[in-house]
Design a protein around this ligand. Structure first.
Ligand SMILES: Nc1ncnc2c1ncn2[C@@H]1O[C@H](COP(=O)(O)OP(=O)(O)OP(=O)(O)O)[C@@H](O)[C@H]1O
Ligand SMILES: [Mg+2]
Length: 262
């Protein structure tokens, strides 16, 4: 089943076609990567899919429903969750509290119960805390639960963001450069984590510059260049496409792809 369908999508910023007439599908419960050089439009595409930007033209369907132009909170409630290219962590909160923030997007809110601290409210707070703990364990950060996020290493913060996005119990998780700035060991942890998430049946949409990671774990890869589709297919298909190698990474391209293969 197509989990997401993008049809003839375009957005123009002051004459710049950041995304231009782009169409593609994402299959449910797969890892779908979006790659391309700096400025190709990857983050813009995430912003369009998650409702932060309204397209100039085109349609987006999520689980067969036309969701074009719907705001981020509606899409989050339907099961879309994301992380951002730049860390969006509350550094003065603990790791556990950071994850609970993601959970609150999902929990039903009853302001009166909250003010009166009714038993129902306390139960839901306890359930939220318990689930946040489970998620910290799931991403391998259980030991940091009570630590302030400001004291955590960078690679751990990247996983903390993923835990927070998972706290909303998404059906589709969009990750914008989850391994950026990570060392090889941290990148491997992110790689394993993404595969574990997909194994749970969550559709993962991945924007990432680390070719080794992308080529290893993606079921499908879409290559963007200047906001347009340059190619798509499996890792093997994309890697052997001379246009992709030339346009995407220039002279360094073949080397990078060869390294990713090894
Ligand atoms: N809000 C905006 N206003 C004006 N131009 C924008 C806006 N957002 C993105 N752009 C432009 O759209 C193009 C695509 O940018 P985008 O950030 O999507 O690229 P990217 O593929 O994510 O790049 P990177 O790999 O560097 O993160 C760029 O030319 C950028 O300057
Ligand atoms: Mg980007």
């Amino acid at each position: 089943m197509s989990h997401l369908e993008v049809e003839n999508l375009s957005i123009v910023f002051g004459g710049v076609h950041a995304i231009e007439d782009l169409s593609f599908d994402i299959q449910a419960a797969t890892i779908h990567s979006i790659i391309g050089p700096n400025g190709a439009g990857k983050t813009t595409l995430f912003n369009l899919i998650t409702g932060l930007y309204r397209p100039t033209a085109g349609r987006i369907r999520f689980e067969e429903e036309d969701v074009t132009g719907q705001p981020p909170h509606r899409l989050a409630a339907k099961g879309m969750s994301r992380t951002f290219q730049n860390l969006q962590i509350f550094f003065r909160m603990t790791a556990l509290e950071n994850v609970m923030v993601g959970r609150h997007l999902r929990e039903p809110k009853n302001p009166i119960a909250h003010v009166l601290r009714l038993p129902s409210q306390r139960r839901s707070e306890a359930a939220c805390r318990a689930r946040a703990r489970e998620l910290l364990d799931f991403v391998g950060l259980g030991a940091y639960a009570a630590e302030s996020a400001g004291s955590m290493p960078y690679g751990a913060l990247k996983r903390l963001e993923i835990a927070r996005a998972l706290a909303a119990e998404p059906k589709m998780l969009l990750l914008d450069e989850p391994a950026a700035g990570c060392n090889p060991a941290e990148t491997r942890e992110i790689d394993d984590l993404i595969q574990k998430i997909a194994e749970r049946g969550v559709t993962v949409v991945l924007v990432e510059h680390d070719m080794h990671l992308v080529m290893n774990i993606s079921n499908h890869i879409l290559v963007l260049d200047y906001g347009r589709k340059l190619a798509e297919g499996t890792a093997a298909q994309v890697r052997s496409n001379p246009e992709v190698v030339a346009a995407y990474l220039g002279a360094q391209g073949q080397q990078e792809f060869d390294r990713a293969q090894g």
